[in-house]
Design a protein around this ligand. Structure first.
Ligand code: NZQ
Ligand code: ZN
Length: 393
């Protein structure tokens, strides 16, 4: 087992009706003025936003609001939020929504606490030194941003999607009522489940050894999400299935399933982020579309690990040869994606890049040949190009 830090400072308030506690939770933070940040309308349509305003009013909290966050959240709105918060003396941000809203809130939080350009942090030119405190009312189980150290923002100029990681942005509290996710379109539910599974799969496929407990937690987490994702395709109002998936979403990305590993591979995420930036696809669906291509490209570097995954997660019978077992496991995962209407290639994702765009994806993903991605196999620009091409469908 490798050495590790495990830091999860977020207070989780989980279950039915918990959003009613939001006012009190914010009040406990001792802030003067709050920015309520939200997305493109779902929280208005569901009436959640009005209920949150009511809870804040009742707790005597002074607040302003900024909506309009879109999936693959944009830098321009982050700048607007920073300006607004500075003008209004905001000292706490309440994100009401999913990963995109939370990530936008985190970026605003970094920007308000800094004098320079917040994009520097996403380009890794500088490391953030501070962030405004953030609270969350979660409406979709997917990105895990409610407990992660990460924020992912898209810069419209050049359509670059980049992440920034730091413990400073870890959320103070996360209100998680699984009932709030019942209004999700089926595609977003499936896409969210795919992302949740992938946060653990990224950590699971690594170069480390001897992580019996972490492997067990990971394998069970993925199986639990698969089982409940299938239930939700037919029963979107099934509370227990919503609850299992929602809790898995947080545990899958708060570091738990990476304890004792070397950090994991993460190439599929890097591959997807360029797709999200250039083609504005749903993050989880984009992951499903590239995962099989990535897995086939790298499996021969760790066939025993892929075989363990095939047997313990996908229920594949072990063949004599690890590579055979590994390939059957990859097929079984693709079969699962199909069963919840997720794409298993780019065409099914609705993206048909030109040759020039394939090259552009690979160049951007390799940060113009300045980095490799992944650890199962280190992938350079040519490997990345090939994985995108193999994912074409
Ligand atoms: O904007 P609204 O109208 O609210 O609609 C959203 C959006 O269209 C809708 N939605 C959310 N809750 C709903 C709902 N619709 C009906 N009922 C509800 N209860 O769902 C759509 C997707 O929302 P979004 O916030 O984009 O989803 P998700 O949580 O999947 O976040 C995706 C973003 O997070 C990033 C992704 O790259 C992507 O930009 N990620 C962030 C991570 C992190 N910070 O740790 C890790 C992830 O790997 C990921 O990269
Ligand atoms: Zn993800």
């Amino acid at each position: 087992m490798e050495n590790f830090n495990y830091y999860t400072p977020t207070k989780v308030v989980f279950g039915k009706g918990t959003e009613e506690q939001t006012g009190e939770l914010v009040r406990q933070q001792g802030c003067r003025k709050v920015l309520v940040h939200y997305g493109s309308g779902s929280v208005k349509r569901s009436g959640l936003l009005d209920r949150i305003y009511g809870a804040l009013d009742q707790a005597g909290i002074d607040y302003i609001s900024l909506g309009g966050v879109v999936p693959n959240p944009r830098l321009s709105l982050v700048y607007e939020g920073i300006r607004l918060c500075k003008e209004e003396g905001v000292d706490f941000i309440l994100a009401v929504g999913g990963g995109s809203v939370i990530d936008s809130a985190k970026a605003i939080g970094y920007g308000v606490a800094d004098e320079g350009d917040v994009w520097d942090f996403y380009e890794k030119k500088r490391q953030p030194q501070a962030c405004l405190p953030i609270g969350v009312v979660l409406t979709i189980a997917a990105a895990g941003s409610e407990m992660s150290d990460s924020s992912v923002i898209t810069k419209e100029e050049g359509w670059l999607k980049r992440g920034c990681n730091s413990d400073l942005c870890r959320v103070r509290f996360a209100v998680m009522n699984p009932e709030l996710t019942m209004t999700l379109p089926k595609y977003q539910t499936a896409s969210g489940c795919t992302d949740i599974m992938m946060h653990t799969m990224e950590r699971y496929f690594n170069q480390a050894e001897n992580m019996e407990l972490t492997d067990g937690i990971s394998e069970h987490l993925i199986r639990t999400v698969m089982k409940n994702a299938k239930i939700l395709m037919d029963e979107p109002d099934n509370y227990n299935a919503r609850a299992e998936v929602m809790w898995a979403g947080s545990l899958s990305h708060n570091g738990l399933t990476g304890c004792g590993t070397d950090g994991g591979d993460w190439a599929s995420h890097q591959l997807e982020h360029e797709l999200g930036g250039m083609f504005d696809v749903a993050h989880g669906a984009g992951l499903a579309a590239v995962w099989g291509s990535w897995a086939r490209y790298v499996a021969d570097a760790r066939p025993e690990r892929f075989a363990q995954f095939a047997v313990n997660v996908m229920g594949v019978e072990r063949a004599e040869d690890d590579m055979d077992t590994a390939l059957r496991g990859i097929e079984a995962m693709e079969e699962f994606y199909r069963s919840i209407d997720m794409p298993v290639n780019l065409r099914e994702l609705g993206v048909e890049p030109t040759e020039e765009q394939f090259r552009e994806l690979a160049e951007k993903c390799s940060h113009y040949r300045k980095r490799t991605i992944g650890c199962v196999k280190k992938l350079d620009v040519d490997d990345i190009y090939q994985i995108y091409k193999n994912a074409r469908g």
